[in-house]
Design a protein around this ligand. Structure first.
Ligand SMILES: C[S@@+](CC[C@H](N)C(=O)[O-])C[C@H]1O[C@@H](n2cnc3c(N)ncnc32)[C@H](O)[C@@H]1O
Length: 281
């Protein structure tokens, strides 16, 4: 069922009237597509959906969870993780504390990817990791670190690329097998994170559009990957300014491969792939 802009606006207003969620600055197209899927899954018309939202706060939460997209992977976009491992993290060796914030962390696969690199570089103990998302269901999965994943071989390939090869120094090969960090059950298609990586991260429900920096510190690294893509340009730019202000002077922002920075704000960062290093002006 096609959803037009006026219908989407009515729905955004109904959500706003009954909760603190604000989808006004989400990308119009992606919002409409998600709502079309919700209408078809629940077999409802838009007016029935809006009526139900007004009456049922539990249903409203369910709809909000369905509007957001939660896809994520361990070491997705291997080049970004290779740069992080071989170039970026080394900058922080001398620091006594490293503060990292994963925004829109979903089920936490990228959080665990980061923890593995920190552990390999002996930075684990002095790192503080915060990971936030709008959706409590994904945060609960993230805390447990147990993932159902059919493409186990694909996962191992990405892991080996990041962990065992170094594109910046050919002929180097490290042998850090995945068994060090994961238990893999091929029969059940399950990947389980091993204990040393668990219980390190502070997972918190948080809305980046409404809540700002609740952690009372600046960050060395802010990850906000594949979240901005669902926001309009005005909100993206507002958040880029926010990230700039909340990074330490030598801090970096890491965004998704299909996301980018345009205009004035881009001059405030130095870019390598999806990694943006703050320039102090
Ligand atoms: C596609 S996932 C990206 C996960 C991970 N960062 C990655 O790139 O693999 C997008 C996540 O952003 C979260 N999200 C969407 N809007 C948000 C908001 N306003 N505040 C916090 N998280 C949000 C969604 O709940 C979802 O888990």
């Amino acid at each position: 069922m096609k959803v037009v802009k006026t219908e989407a606006d009515k729905l955004i207003e109904a959500i706003g009237d009954n909760s603190s969620y604000d989808f006004n600055q989400y990308s119009e197209k992606s919002f409409q597509r998600r709502v079309e899927k919700i209408l078809s899954d629940y077999k409802l018309g838009i007016d029935d959906l809006i009526d139900k939202l007004h009456q049922d706060p539990v249903f409203l939460e369910e709809v909000v969870k369905n509007i957001t997209v939660n896809t994520t992977e361990i070491f997705r976009d291997t080049v970004t993780w290779q740069i992080l491992k071989h170039k970026v993290l080394k900058k922080y060796m001398h620091k006594s504390e490293i503060n990292i914030w994963h925004i829109g962390c979903s089920t936490g696969q990228e959080v665990y990817s980061t923890l593995i690199l920190l552990n390999e570089l002996d930075l684990f103990t002095k790192s503080q990791i915060f990971a936030t998302d709008l959706n409590t269901d994904v945060l609960n999965i993230a805390e447990k670190g147990i993932y159902k994943f059919r493409e186990i071989d694909e996962f191992i390939e990405s892991y080996n690329k990041v962990m065992c090869t170094n594109p910046f120094e050919s002929d180097t090969h490290e042998d850090v097998t995945y068994e060090k960090y994961f238990i893999i059950n091929r029969k059940k298609n399950l990947i389980t994170i091993k204990p040393p990586l668990l219980n390190k991260t502070i997972f918190v429900k948080h809305d980046i559009v409404k809540q700002g920096n609740i952690f009372e510190r600046k960050f060395d690294i802010i990850f906000c990957r594949n979240v901005l893509i669902y926001f309009n340009h005005e909100l993206q730019n507002k958040l880029f300014e926010f990230f700039y202000d909340n990074l330490d002077d030598d801090g970096v922002l890491i965004i998704g491969r299909h996301e980018g920075m345009l205009g004035e704000i881009a001059t405030k960062f130095k870019k390598e792939e999806s990694i943006y290093s703050k320039r102090t002006i």
